[in-house]
Design a protein around this ligand. Structure first.
Ligand SMILES: Nc1nc2c(ncn2[C@@H]2O[C@H](COP(=O)(O)OP(=O)(O)O)[C@@H](O)[C@H]2O)c(=O)[nH]1
Ligand SMILES: [Mg+2]
Length: 280
């Protein structure tokens, strides 16, 4: 039997050694993130270096009106990131989709540029994904959540109302929280799901889960530590309305067979097996 303290010391090492054999693409959607984006990319780079055999950071600037692009260019020079620039704003969902299309590695993570969920959370997400889960998503509604900074009261209401409406409209009661900006996929899985995605703005996370369920991907929600930077690009009324319309569009798309390809192919992205099958 391994004594307690020794086990505590060894456990994280085992995880990190596993991660060292693999590769990851990290996609960051960026909209008006000037002032923080360069140093947050540096944090992400420092975390990834030494933990993964190979990694790439893909930052997508989405028509920001501040100096986000300037900072991304600087990060490209300093850290060799891949920086994609969209002249006009097309929405977070579309930016993440572009980033995933450019990704090449075994795992794909997308996360919010403001690091509302710290990159260090990836340790436990990788442990779960390495055990075979296709998609590991951050969740505020599973036990174990740590709130580092209080959530604005109206955001709490918005989150709960959205959750209820989402469950009714697209019928996915099994997933408690679709909306957190920290999702890890097996690369194969991400690159099957995202091309089918049509939602451009904030409801895209709900569509991802919807498509993933059709693909029979395994999904696990994990609790996280959550900071809540006061700065937000979400507009209470217009974005709530847009999200409601987008949820109805997902249902409508489904009725019109937009995701039929996913249902028919029944891709089980159980990593190695599918990678081998695809290679044949
Ligand atoms: N590409 C892109 N990213 C966006 C857009 N709006 C927000 N983001 C990014 O999405 C993430 C979360 O946005 P944020 O405004 O912090 O939302 P909140 O945390 O839910 O209040 C951040 O990385 C933003 O830079 C957008 O229109 N386009
Ligand atoms: Mg935020």
């Amino acid at each position: 039997m391994v004594p307690g303290p020794l086990f505590v010391i060894l456990k994280p090492r085992i995880k990190i050694n596993k991660m060292k054999k693999t590769s990851i693409s990290v996609v960051i959607p960026c909209f008006n993130e000037s002032g923080t984006i360069y140093k947050n990319i540096e944090k992400i780079r420092n975390y990834l270096a030494g933990r993964f055999a190979r990694y790439e950071i893909i930052a997508v600037n989405d028509g920001s009106r501040d100096n986000t692009w300037g900072e991304l260019e600087k990060a490209r020079e300093s850290f060799g990131i891949i920086a994609l620039n969209k002249e006009t704003n097309e929405g977070k969902g579309h930016a993440v989709k572009d980033g995933v299309a450019a990704s090449r590695f075994d795992f794909v993570l997308f996360l919010d540029a403001d690091l509302a969920i710290p990159i260090e959370e990836l340790d436990k997400f990788m442990a779960e994904a390495s055990s075979g889960t296709d998609m590991v998503i951050a969740s505020r509604f599973v036990p174990g959540l740590k709130i580092l900074e209080p959530v604005l009261w109206y955001r709490k209401i918005m989150e709960r109302v959205f959750r209820l409406i989402r469950m009714v409209i697209i019928n996915n009661y099994n997933i408690k929280d679709t909306q957190c900006g920290f999702k890890l996929f097996h690369g194969k899985c991400a690159r099957k799901i995202f091309p089918l995605m049509r939602t451009r703005r904030f409801a895209f996370d709900a569509e991802l889960i919807f498509i993933a369920s059709k693909l029979h991907c395994t999904i696990k929600e994990l609790p996280i530590s959550l900071q809540n930077p006061r700065k937000t690009s979400i507009r209470i009324f217009s974005d709530s309305l847009n999200m409601l319309i987008d949820l109805m569009k997902i249902r409508w798309n489904d009725l019109n067979g937009a995701y039929a390809g996913a249902a028919v192919s029944k891709i089980m992205v159980k990593t190695k097996k599918v990678i081998e099958d695809d290679a044949n």
